[in-house]
Design a protein. Structure first.
Length: 316
């Protein structure tokens, strides 16, 4: 288990390049050499998700209380939804519908094909959620999401928390909500391994550093167990992440100059294999385009794109 800062300082190649190769395995995942800025003037870009049918990226601008669409065909940026109840994380279900974490309503919603919004969950055992943060849909149709105790933050629509940090599962058939794990120090980004045998979670308020942890997915894919720390973020600030088909974790990263951008972690080896430097902190990212090889990075006030040879998992 290693920390972020030493790895970046040992990067191979041109020190001025934004692409830092920390392990030979990362060299095979590089295509373009410099990220492109696709849009800006946001207040806090978060929760990107690729919608294949629309050839578009949807992401949240939390503090502006809106959701934004980036059209790959035209490059146009437009409002997708405003107001948006301070939406944060987004994903798509097995039918390609958008599912969203909303701070202001402390709920999980689904956008139907006709544009109407359905509330899927807003409480557990009669108690409202804190402020659902990030979300992922499993191949069985279930929806998994984190609910940290981050509030109150009025600018982001967050109320005072009522519970400790938790991870929940929403059943696709019964719509019942199950608490998978509680008392987590700031559960933030979450993603499944390619075969869904593991769930990776960012512990954003672990001490003294943020941690990336792994859980086994058990009980027929309906529960998690056996927490294992796979990476100590050191000076880095991990946020949201995605996984590629080889199982590497592509993590939104912050911490200041030299750290801001995307960290690529090999979870099996517990080490950072690469880093993409951006001029501002990256909160979250998604793999887009028809081949899922366009890395789209929601980074504070801007959206960046970079063609890579890695491929994201379909539907995540």
């Amino acid at each position: 288990m290693s920390s972020a800062l030493p790895g970046i300082l040992k990067a191979a190649g041109d020190p001025a390049s934004p692409i830092k190769v920390l392990d030979p395995s990362f060299a095979a995942l590089i295509d373009e050499k410099v990220p492109r800025k696709l849009g800006g003037d946001f207040l806090w870009a978060e929760g990107p998700v690729w919608l294949p049918a629309q050839k578009s990226l949807i992401f949240s601008d939390i503090k502006n209380n809106r959701m934004i669409r980036w059209d790959q065909t035209t490059g146009a940026i437009s409002d997708f939804r405003k107001p948006a109840d301070n939406a944060n994380g987004n994903s798509i279900d097995r039918q390609g519908r958008l599912v969203t974490c909303q701070h202001r309503t402390a709920s999980i919603t689904r956008t139907e094909a006709d544009g109407t919004i359905t509330t899927l969950a807003s409480s557990f055992e009669g108690q409202r959620f804190n402020s659902p943060n990030d979300i992922v849909c499993k191949s069985d149709g279930s929806i998994w999401f984190t609910d940290p105790a981050f509030g109150p933050t009025p600018a982001e629509g967050m109320q005072p928390p009522v519970t400790t940090g938790r991870i929940y599962r929403l059943d696709p058939q019964t719509h019942a909500v199950t608490m998978l794990m509680g008392d987590i120090p700031g559960p933030n980004g979450l993603v499944f391994s390619p075969d869904e045998s593991a769930l990776y979670v960012v512990e954003a308020r672990a001490q003294p550093h943020r941690l990336l942890v792994r859980y086994d997915v058990v009980k027929g894919g309906t529960a998690i167990a056996n927490r294992q720390v796979i990476f100590d973020c050191g000076a880095g600030l991990a946020d949201g992440f995605r996984v590629d088909t080889q199982g590497n974790l592509w993590c939104g990263w912050g911490g200041g100059a030299g750290l801001d951008g995307v960290a690529i972690i090999n979870p099996a080896q517990g080490k950072m294999i690469g880093h993409i430097t951006l001029p501002e902190r990256c909160a979250n990212l998604a793999f887009g385009g028809p081949d899922r090889r366009l890395l789209l990075m929601a980074a504070s006030t801007s959206l960046y794109g970079l063609r890579v040879k890695a491929q994201g998992i379909a539907g995540r």
